[in-house]
Design a protein around this ligand. Structure first.
Ligand SMILES: *[C@@H]1O[C@H](CO)[C@@H](O)[C@H](O)[C@H]1NC(C)=O
Ligand SMILES: *[C@@H]1O[C@H](CO)[C@@H](O)[C@H](O)[C@H]1NC(C)=O
Ligand SMILES: *[C@@H]1O[C@H](CO)[C@@H](O)[C@H](O)[C@H]1NC(C)=O
Ligand SMILES: *[C@@H]1O[C@H](CO)[C@@H](O)[C@H](O)[C@H]1NC(C)=O
Ligand SMILES: *[C@@H]1O[C@H](CO)[C@@H](O)[C@H](O)[C@H]1NC(C)=O
Length: 420
């Protein structure tokens, strides 16, 4: 019965989105996204501890996404098995962290501000194309970091508590629950009224160090834990945007999320679109090949384009085949799938979906030296089983920083264009 209700909700949403939107406004909304830190230390070496933590976060995130899809529809066709939950090995990692980390910041997100409620309260949010829910801390969270924005429904004239609870899984494997609310959410002037979100009432100590308050998911409703339309889908259905398209420029300077179209001042040439290849809830496109020095190294795979992932991951066997194409590359960390290449001869890496080859610049493929003076640099593509099967890769910021990326609901496609 519930299953049917979700199907009806999603079908209606899909219908609303498919209809040509008549929007009187002209421009979309620009949201600036300052980059906060990276997985390379200040002296230019590979921050191994941070990279492992990030991998754990991504494994758990995709595990949670699969559970959300299963909650809504059952496991997707071709589903093999749920990867085990990875719990951050606290003590051991903590010890190593103290040795190698000079800064405490663990954030690798592209964060920007959103406003919730009436009067509006500001939250610093990670915009994530690889998940589909909005969550922030609740004012009832006593041990949430004091620096964090907290939501208090009683202080908002448009807020309403729902008779539901919500669960999130933090990067370190711990989970948190909290009540579900609806309220007005505004992102760069684009407004969604009655938007569902979760307000967590506890926070893992690991997340407490992260300056972001929460996450705004930009993927499809089918992986929504809340079983509700994500912010941008709500805003589109309410015609708050001219076009049901959003786009990212991710760079060390001038990063921007554009809602309601594309920002033509940031790219040149045509946008090369590729149809979304599956209904599993991701921005996923197929027919990909990975190139090394102008030659295809691995081909015929699916790729999820995820702004909430810092680096790139592929199935372990495929990534091994990829590094085989790079002379003198070596496996560096078997457990986490990291490889090195000689720093003096960096490979030219590109991805291709049957159109242009979209090159990754050297800096974006390089995590830094394994240690100062080693001459061995760690690549930003790692082999990892994310429970996505042996033919799906995850391309995060290391890829996205090289292109203008466009996410279109009406075309049901992801597009790339050349950054200006
Ligand atoms: C809230 O939900 C629970 C279980 O889903 C139900 O038993 C209860 O009656 C609901 N309360 C209200 C006020 O709707
Ligand atoms: C959440 O964490 C608690 C404590 O670790 C655990 O008992 C519970 O099963 C977890 N919930 C889910 C849904 O995994
Ligand atoms: C960022 O870009 C702006 C405009 O292009 C420029 O004025 C500024 O100096 C840049 N900042 C850095 C840190 O590169
Ligand atoms: C992409 O999808 C559109 C409409 O859904 C279809 O007309 C078009 O042929 C598809 N393109 C490819 C290359 O499959
Ligand atoms: C991928 O998995 C399928 C089905 O599980 C299997 O038939 C195939 O050989 C695997 N391919 C590789 C490259 O491991």
């Amino acid at each position: 019965m519930l299953y049917l209700i979700f199907l009806v909700i999603f079908a209606n949403l899909h219908h609303a989105l498919s209809a040509r939107l008549q929007f009187p406004g002209d421009a979309g909304a620009r949201i600036q996204l300052p980059k906060r830190s990276s997985l390379t230390t200040e002296d230019g070496t590979f921050d191994h501890v941070k990279a492992v933590k990030h991998t754990i976060k991504i494994v758990n995130k995709y595990r949670h996404n699969l559970l959300n899809f299963q909650q809504n529809f059952g496991f997707p066709p071709g589903f093999v098995s749920l990867p085990p939950l990875v719990v951050l090995p606290g003590e051991q990692l903590e010890k190593r962290q103290k040795e190698s980390l000079t800064d405490e910041e663990d954030d690798v997100e592209w964060a920007g501000n959103i406003k919730i409620g009436t009067p509006p309260k500001t939250f610093l949010i990670d915009f994530d194309t690889g998940s589909a829910d909005l969550w922030i801390p609740s004012s009832a969270c006593s041990q949430c970091a004091s620096s964090k924005g907290k939501y208090d429904a009683s202080a908002s004239s448009t807020g309403a508590k729902k008779n539901e609870s919500f669960e999130i899984r933090y990067a370190d494997g711990s989970n948190a629950t909290g009540p579900v609310y609806t309220d007005t959410v505004t992102v760069g002037g684009v407004k969604a009224t009655g938007q569902y979100f979760g307000a967590v009432t506890s926070e893992s100590s690991n997340f407490a160090q992260d300056p972001i308050d929460g996450v705004l998911g930009l993927a499809f409703p089918s992986i929504s834990r809340l079983r509700q339309s994500p912010f941008f889908v709500t805003a589109s259905a309410q015609r708050s945007v001219k076009d049901d398209v959003f786009a990212f420029k991710l760079a060390s300077n001038g990063s921007e999320l554009y809602l309601g179209g594309t920002d033509t001042s940031l790219y040149e040439g045509a946008i090369e679109y590729h149809n979304v290849s599956s209904t599993v809830g991701y921005w996923i496109i197929g027919g990909a090949s990975a190139e090394v020095d102008g030659k295809s190294a691995v081909s015929g795979f699916q790729t999820i384009i995820d702004s909430g992932t810092s680096i790139m991951y592929g199935p372990p066997a495929a990534v091994q085949a990829f590094y085989k194409a790079i002379p003198n590359s070596k496996l560096f960390d078997k457990a986490n799938g990291f490889y090195t290449f000689p720093c003096r001869t960096p490979p030219q890496v590109a991805f291709n979906w049957g159109g242009k080859s979209w090159a990754i610049n050297e800096a974006n493929f390089n995590f830094g030296e394994t240690e100062k003076g080693s001459g061995e640099c760690v690549g930003t593509l790692a082999g990892q089983d994310l429970g996505l099967g042996n033919n799906t890769w995850l391309l995060g910021d290391s890829f996205m920083k090289n292109v203008y990326s466009v996410f279109s609901f009406s075309k049901n496609a992801v597009g790339f264009a050349t950054l200006k």
